[in-house]
Design a protein around this ligand. Structure first.
Ligand code: CP
Length: 304
C-alpha cells in the first residue's frame, strides 16, 4: 500500500489505495466530529515547503498532521527560506530528510516534487507543481464526488475553465479516466487541455471537447469550475483576452439536474458568482473541508 511512498502524481495512487483512503477518511471525519483527539502521529514531524502561495493545501495538510497528534515545521514562502539565496531543491530535501518524517512541497516548476523524491528516502508529497499535477487535491475531489453523489462511476463530469494551466484539472482528468465516467471539457481555445495530458488517456475513455457549456449542462452531474491561472501567463495581453470568458450564475444552476453539484478547487475569482453559494448544489466549501480528513488518511497510510 502507500506506506513510506511518495505521491508526486495521481498515477502513484491505485484504485484500491483510493478506496482505502476514502474508508479511512470517513473514519477520520467521524473522529473529528466526535472531538476525539488522535495520537496516531505522536513523535512524527511533517515539513512543508510552499514556494508558491496557498491557503487550503498548506493549512489542511498542517491541520491534518496536528489533528493526528504530529508536529509541523513549515516554510510558508520562498523568500523566507534559503531558496532565496540560491539553494537547490535537491539540497533542501537532503537537509529536510534529517528534520522530518514526511515532506510536502509546492513549487512553480513542473516535475519539482518528482525531482525532490530522487534526493531523499523520506516520502515526498506533491502539493502542486507548476501546471503539472495536484494529486492530493484530486483525491479529495474524488472523495467529494463519492460523498455527495454516492458513486464516481456512471457520472458525467463537465470541467470548465483554464484547462491548459490548471494542475488540478490534469490530475483529475487522469483519475476520472480510471472510472466509468464521461467528461466534457469546456474552455476558451487558448486554454484548452494540453495534448500531452490527452495523450495519457485510454483510447476508449469518453471525453468530449465542447465549445458551449449550455449544450452539456443538462446532462452534467458534476460541474467542476476552475480559475484562470493568471500567474502562469507570460503575456499579460493573453490573460486580458480570456478574463471573464465564463461565469457560473444562478441561471446556470437552474439548468442543472436536481441531483448534481458544482465543485471548484478554490480560490475562485469571478468565475462563480457569489449568488451561487446559497444553492445546495454549491459543494466547493464542503469540498475544501474534505481536505483535512482526506489528508489525515493519506498521512496515516504513508507513515504507517
Ligand atoms: N486548492 C488549492 O490548491 O488551494 P490553495 O492554492 O489555496 O492551496
Amino acid at each position: 500500500m502507500l506506506r513510506n511512498r511518495s505521491v508526486v502524481s495521481i498515477a502513484d495512487i491505485g484504485n484500491d489505495e483510493l478506496s482505502e483512503i476514502f474508508r479511512i477518511a470517513d473514519d477520520m471525519e467521524k473522529s473529528l466530529k466526535s472531538g476525539k483527539s488522535l495520537a496516531l502521529m505522536n513523535g512524527k514531524i511533517m515539513a512543508t515547503f510552499f514556494y508558491e502561495p496557498s491557503t487550503r493545501t498548506r493549512l489542511s495538510f498542517e491541520s491534518a498532521m496536528h489533528r493526528l497528534g504530529g508536529s509541523v515545521i513549515s516554510v510558508a514562502e520562498a523568500k523566507s527560506s534559503s531558496f532565496a539565496k540560491g539553494e537547490t531543491l535537491a539540497d533542501t530535501v537532503r537537509m529536510a530528510e534529517g528534520y522530518s518524517d514526511i515532506i510536502v512541497i509546492r513549487h512553480s516548476m513542473e516535475g519539482a516534487a518528482r525531482l525532490a523524491s530522487r534526493f531523499t528516502n523520506k516520502p515526498i508529497i506533491n502539493a502542486g507543481d507548476g501546471s503539472g499535477q495536484h494529486p492530493t487535491q484530486t483525491v479529495l475531489d474524488l472523495y467529494t464526488i463519492k460523498k455527495e453523489l454516492g458513486d464516481i462511476n456512471g457520472k458525467t463530469v463537465t470541467i470548465v475553465g483554464d484547462l491548459r494551466y490548471g494542475r488540478t484539472v490534469h490530475s483529475l482528468l487522469l483519475a476520472l479516466a480510471r472510472f466509468d465516467t464521461k467528461v466534457n471539457l469546456v474552455s476558451p481555445p487558448m486554454l484548452k487541455i494540453p495534448d500531452y495530458v490527452m495523450s495519457m488517456l485510454p483510447r476508449d475513455f469518453r471525453v468530449d471537447v465542447v465549445d458551449d457549456l449550455q449544450s452539456v449542462i443538462e446532462d452534467t452531474d458534476v460541474l467542476y469550475v476552475t480559475r484562470i491561472q493568471k500567474e502562469r501567463f507570460s503575456d499579460p495581453n493573453e490573460y486580458q483576452s480570456v478574463i471573464g470568458s465564463y461565469s457560473i450564475s444562478n441561471e446556470t444552476v437552474g439548468s442543472m439536474k436536481q441531483k448534481s453539484i458544482i465543485m471548484h478547487p478554490l480560490p475562485r475569482v469571478d468565475e462563480i458568482l457569489p449568488e451561487v453559494d446559497l444553492s445546495p448544489k454549491a459543494a466547493y466549501f464542503r469540498q475544501a473541508n474534505n481536505g483535512v480528513p482526506v489528508r489525515m488518511a493519506m498521512i496515516s497510510l504513508i507513515l504507517g
